[in-house]
Write a protein that binds this ligand. Sequence first.
Ligand code: G1P
Length: 281
Amino acid sequence: MVVFMHMEAPMKIRKVIFPVGGLGTRFYPITKVIPKEMLGILDKPLIQYAFEEALGAGIKQFIFVTRHGKTSIEDYCDHVLTHMERFDSSKCSFCYVRQGEPRGLGHAVLCARHLVDNEPFAVISADDYISHSSSCIGEMIKHYHGSNMAAIMNVPKKDVSKYGIMDVEKENDKTIIARSVDEKPSVEKAKSTHAIVGRYILTHEIFDVLKNLKPGVKNEIQLTDALLQMIPTHGLVGFKFEGKRFDCGSQEGLLEAILHVSSNDKKLAGVIKKFYENIPP
Ligand code: G1P
C-alpha cells in the first residue's frame, strides 16, 4: 500500500546533499588528481551547475559528502560559490563530511545523517547535469508531498542496466507511483524503461533503513534498495522533470553537455559550425 504523509501544500526543503566521494574511474587518469565534479562544462565545473540548481530552488544548507583527494571542491566553494550573487552568507551554510571509502550512493547519503536530522532533504548527483529552464530540483520540490521521490526519464531498453529502474503502479502526466524499483537490472529482468537520474527528495526515515541495509549491486550500499524497502510505508514517486539530462560521469555525456551548452552561445555555436564544415569527409 502506498502512503502519502502530507497531501496539502508542498513542503519546504532546506538542505541538499551532494555526494562527491566517487572515484570517477571512467575519466582516469585525470580524475586520479582532479575530482570528476570539478570537470568543466566550458568555464564552470559540474559542481557549480549542481550548486546553482539547489540555490535556485531556495535551498540554504549545502552538504558535501567528500573524501580523500577532493579538497579542490572545498576550495572552489570558498573562492567562487560563496561569492555568487544569490548566495547570502547570513542565511546559507556549507558543511563537509568525509566518506572514508566509496561504498555506494546509499552509504554517502548515510554519512550526512547527523547534518540532516529530522526533515526531508534533497540529493543531487553533480555528474548528472540537467539543462532546465529554471531548476530541476526546484521543479521536484514544487510537486513534493512527503513520499520518497526520484527524478526519472525514459531510457533505451539496452541501457536499463546502468540505472535504478521503477516498475509502474500508476502513471500520471508528471509522475509515476512505483510498485517496485530495481538497481541496475538486466535487460531481460527490467520491468520498465523508467530510469532514475541523480535527483532525489527523501524522508529522513531513510537513514534508519540505510543503516541496516546489506550491500547490494557492486557490493555497495544502494540508495535504490532503501527506496524499495520503504515503498510499503512511505511510497515512491518517479518525477518526470522538464529539461535534458547529460551523464557527465561518462566521456560521451560530458562531450554532449559541452556541445549543448556551447550551441546556446552565439560565438561558440559558430566555432562548432566551422569545425564541422572543415572536417574532411
Ligand atoms: C546511481 C544510482 C542509480 C541511478 C543513477 C543515475 O548509479 O544507483 O539508481 O539510476 O545513479 O545516474 P551510478 O551511476 O552511481 O552507478
